[in-house]
Write a protein that binds this ligand. Structure first.
Ligand code: IMP
Length: 429
């Protein structure tokens, strides 16, 4: 039994990680986030009730679990406090002792959100971001202009940094993007109030996690987005601004992962992508629309319709290669029930040549033609199945094909939206 499990998406995000994290949380003491921000969105269905969280780990819905937000996460404090109040209203108790927010997290503040939106609203260079200010906040971190959680409690430093930042950002907002600037006064008052409300949640997350690992506590690391949205290894520039690979779990929390850690990549049984960027297996026809409807493929964060397509095993295999993942959890196979046959992409064709991996140049990926293998479908309803031997034969073949093509092993199959709809082939905890 491993001491820890790291869960990451191995497509373009939205693989259904929230559900898998929720499943493993029943055996974990701590659920920790290490990258991204409130661009993520986890939809959880517990006892028929839907909860969507963007920043606070979904593990908070399990009363025994503590939730850590590491320094690699960019935090919009207003969103954080909003989620705290949603959780309080839902009757979830003792949040101050269960949510640990790192004092080293970078803050997403108003001008980040304004800049993100202003860039997206420009005619050219659109990436289809969530407009949550994620990119601009990570930019400030790298350029050492960022405001961190700890700065909220040093009024002088906060004000000085803010003054400098506002001068630059307002110049950009007003002169370059032609939108309204942000006022300094309203800013200071607002963030003084926010600091007070955040205080009970702030901890030295690195030290707390280090100690917990030493004590043998079980840790679940919750990745956001997916490998193909990683800032270096994703389909750049159509990516998010953080590192989404499992190695980020240690960096974004400031503590090594336990020696005995299982890394699980989550894949959806087909592919989706939201926002701009190349998507070789995209279905732009009526079947793509059908898949969107039957899979409820609308963004949990922005409500945008997700682009849908066949499973792209070239992309998955590449994602497994760069992330070092050998174990998979597969979601939404139930959505494919009822199809006579299914296609999976096993290579790309580009200018008469076969490609077997994701090229660094996204403009090439945008022009490839997918080469498909056709597999027989299944028609049975999967939702009630809990035993691997009871799944339809053609689904077994589909899963076997994925395992053989990628060299990874499928540990877990999610067969529906509910918490209990899971076939656990190899218990992780
Ligand atoms: P950003 O992270 O808001 O900067 O958006 C950059 C790209 O990542 C856009 O294509 C977004 O749609 C995508 N993205 C960000 N977060 C998620 C997510 O949680 N799921 C799926 N796509 C995401």
């Amino acid at each position: 039994m491993p001491q820890a499990v790291v869960i990451i998406g191995v497509q373009w995000g939205d693989e259904g990680k929230g559900k898998i994290v929720d499943y493993y949380t029943s055996a974990a003491d701590i659920v920790a986030r290490f990258q991204g921000g409130n661009n993520a969105g986890h939809t959880l269905v517990v006892e028929g009730k839907k909860t969507i969280l963007h920043l606070i780990p979904s593990g908070i819905l399990h009363p025994h679990a503590k939730c850590f937000i590491g320094s690699g996460v960019v935090v919009d404090p207003e969103n954080f406090l909003e989620e705290v109040s949603i959780l309080r209203e839902a009757g979830i108790q003792d949040l101050e002792n269960r949510i640990y927010l790192s004092d080293r997290c970078h803050l997403i503040v108003d001008y980040h959100k304004h800049l993100d939106a202003a860039r997206e609203n420009k005619k050219s260079g659109k990436l289809g971001t969530t407009k949550r200010g994620i990119g601009p906040a990570y930019e400030d971190r790298a350029s050492r202009r960022g405001l961190r959680v700890a700065d909220l409690f040093n009024e002088k430093v906060f004000e000085e940094k803010l003054k400098e930042n506002l001068a630059e950002k307002n110049f950009l907002l007003k002169e370059y993007y032609g939108v309204s600037p942000v006022s300094m006064e309203s800013f200071m008052t607002k963030y003084q109030g926010i600091a007070k409300q955040l205080k009970p949640f702030i901890r030295d997350v690195s030290a707390e996690l280090f100690q917990s690992i030493e004590e043998g506590k079980k840790i679940l690391y919750e990745g956001a987005q997916g490998v193909l949205l990683d800032v270096d290894y994703g389909t750049y520039p159509y990516v998010t601004s953080s590192q989404t690979l499992p190695s980020q779990a240690a960096l974004g929390l400031g503590a090594r992962v336990p020696k005995d850690t299982l890394f699980i990549g989550v894949i959806k049984a087909y592919s989706t992508r939201v926002g701009e960027g190349p998507f070789p297996t995209e279905l732009t026809d009526a079947f793509g629309d059908e898949l969107r409807e039957s899979g409820s493929e609308y963004g949990a964060t922005t409500g945008r319709p997700r682009r849908c397509g066949w499973l792209d095993l070239v992309a998955v295999k590449y994602a497994l290669q760069v992330s070092g993942i050998k174990n998979l959890a597969i979601t939404k196979a139930d959505v494919l029930s009822g199809l006579f046959e299914l296609k999976v992409c096993t290579a790309y064709e580009y200018q008469g040549n076969r490609l077997h991996t994701i090229p660094a140049d996204s403009s090439i990926l945008a022009k490839v033609t997918p080469i498909y293998e056709t597999l027989p479908g299944w028609s049975e309803d999967l939702t009630a199945i809990r035993n691997i031997n009871e799944i339809p034969k053609n689904l077994q073949n589909y899963l076997k094909f994925i395992e053989e093509f990628t060299g990874a092993r499928i540990n877990l199959i999610s067969t529906g939206a509910g918490r209990e709809a899971v076939i656990d082939i190899q218990k992780a905890f």
